[in-house]
Design a protein around this ligand. Structure first.
Ligand code: GDP
Ligand code: IMO
Ligand code: MG
Length: 419
């Protein structure tokens, strides 16, 4: 199995590349996260955004698995499936969902909102999809799983958990109207009962045994990992490569390549530290040229230069074997491009280590300047790569000590150079 994951704060372009690589694979599997993700695919002049469904879904011959590590909102799942089916795809034919995937209840979403409100200016900037609360219930051994919807006593189990949630919401003095949300929820549960709910760990290990080619599709990014990210400004799952093992039930010795994907610059949405963030017109230009607005929430993404200490750290914890650089075209109109090579500490010393507490570390980026490459050829190839882009790529490969195997130069499937 190969793993593809983001090395920054999410939105690196994972959806595009999974869709691009999908023809090389038999199975695409999501292993963590849930509807907080928004993965964009573009082909044949259309744009599709997926939240919970793996990005191989538009290829008829590919099996798509939602693993045990994913948290699923049935309401969003139903909406996503119906949307894809509009394009003539029979989703149920090649989508398999783990019995062990935890279910996001309407009250998880309410709790997310209530808890964020309580945090005031320390809020995480959550997507408010219920991610933190549902993973809390999972680890707290209280959660409901997809397999439970097949039981006759599902409603009782549901009510038990919801009563818990109501008590917390009361304590948080949070107003809500649950009734319409529950109506949608139970309609979606009924719909989900007709889907393929399976023992996905057995299913996927059978595929491994049969030498099927599998790619695990990460959500979020390494710097949002609950253990290794910029805690507490993170999501609530392991977004790094180890998460693919626990989130699918695949043993570490089955992992082959780890594809680490990053933007030629850097973005972040939500709160938390971002050492290379630009607050000036250059940042504004990155946002404009890169259309940097969230695929899930529509929020403007914070933009800045590429951050090598953070990338090196992400490469280390993931064991990245190949790098894919995205959105090179966004920098076309920049005469000068910068890259952060080190952090300057408050005492004036420099480091390329990723600090324990990035938020309070007071680091300043040490920047190295590069010449821009201007307009890229429409049909980018190894032969017509502009010299300035070659220099940038070579510099990154030397610093990061991993080869860059894909350059993406536009949102469409076809705007991809495989090296
Ligand atoms: P994901 O969450 O990692 O799948 O990324 P998102 O879909 O949230 O955000 C990536 C955005 O960049 C989407 O709007 C993509 O269509 C777009 N995109 C992906 N690759 C490229 C690229 O090489 N160039 C440009 N200009 N846009 C890209
Ligand atoms: P994809 O898969 C970018 C961010 C949120 C917030 C923090 C916690 O599209 O790359 P959560 O809803 O998980 O409680 O939010 O993580 N975040 C993402 N940022 N891309 C994502 O997913 C994200 N999923 C969550 O903005 O700062
Ligand atoms: Mg996204």
């Amino acid at each position: 199995m190969d793993i593809l994951l983001g090395l920054q704060w999410g939105d690196e372009g994972k959806g595009k590349i999974v869709d691009y690589l999908a023809p090389k694979y038999d199975v695409v599997a999501r292993f963590q996260g849930g509807p907080n993700a928004g993965h964009t695919l573009e082909f044949e002049g259309r744009k599709h955004v997926l939240h919970q469904i793996p990005s191989g879904i538009y290829h008829e011959s590919i099996t798509n698995i939602i693993g045990n590590g994913v948290v699923l909102d049935p309401v969003i799942l139903k909406r996503e499936i119906l949307e894809i089916e509009k394009y003539g795809h029979q989703v149920n034919k090649n989508l398999f969902i783990s019995k062990k995937a935890h279910i996001i209840l309407p009250t998880h979403r309410l709790l997310d909102a209530a808890l964020e409100k309580q945090k005031g200016d320390k809020k995480i900037g959550s997507t408010l999809k219920g991610i933190g609360p549902v993973y809390q219930d999972k680890i707290g051994r209280l959660g409901l799983r997809m397999g439970d919807i097949l039981d006759s006593n599902f409603k009782e189990k549901y009510q038990g958990l919801v009563d818990n949630h109501k008590a917390i919401l009361k304590r948080l003095e949070f107003d809500y109207d649950l009734e319409p949300l529950e109506k949608d929820f139970f309609e979606a549960i009924e719909f989900a009962r007709g889907l393929n709910i399976v023992d996905s760990e057995a299913f996927i290990n059978k595929a491994v045994k049969e030498n099927k080619k599998i790619v695990a599709e990460g959500a979020q990014g390494s710097l949002l990992d609950v253990d290794f990210g910029s805690y507490p400004f993170v999501t609530s799952s392991n977004t790094t490569s180890a998460g693919a093992c626990s989130g699918l039930g695949i043993a570490p010795n089955k992992i082959k390549e780890v594809f680490g994907i990053f933007k030629a610059y850097c973005t972040r949405v939500g709160s938390g530290p971002f050492p290379t963030e630009l607050f000036d017109e250059t940042g504004e230009k990155l946002r404009k040229e890169g259309h940097e607005f969230g695929a899930t929430t529509g929020r403007p993404r914070r933009c800045g230069w590429i951050d090598l200490p953070a990338l090196k750290y992400a490469i280390m914890v993931n064991g990245v074997t190949q790098l894919f650089m995205m959105k090179a075209d966004v920098l076309n109109s920049f005469e000068e491009i910068q890259a952060c090579t080190h952090y300057e500490m408050p005492d004036g010393s420099q480091t390329d280590d990723f600090p324990y507490d990035l938020d309070k570390s007071g680091v300043k980026p040490v920047l190295k300047s590069f010449k821009g490459w201007g307009e890229l050829p429409k049909e980018l190839s190894e032969e017509n790569l502009p010299e300035a882009l070659k220099t940038y790529i070579k510099f990154l490969e030397e610093e990061l000590e991993v080869p860059i195997k894909i350059i993406s130069f536009g949102p469409d499937r076809s705007e991809t150079l495989l090296r």
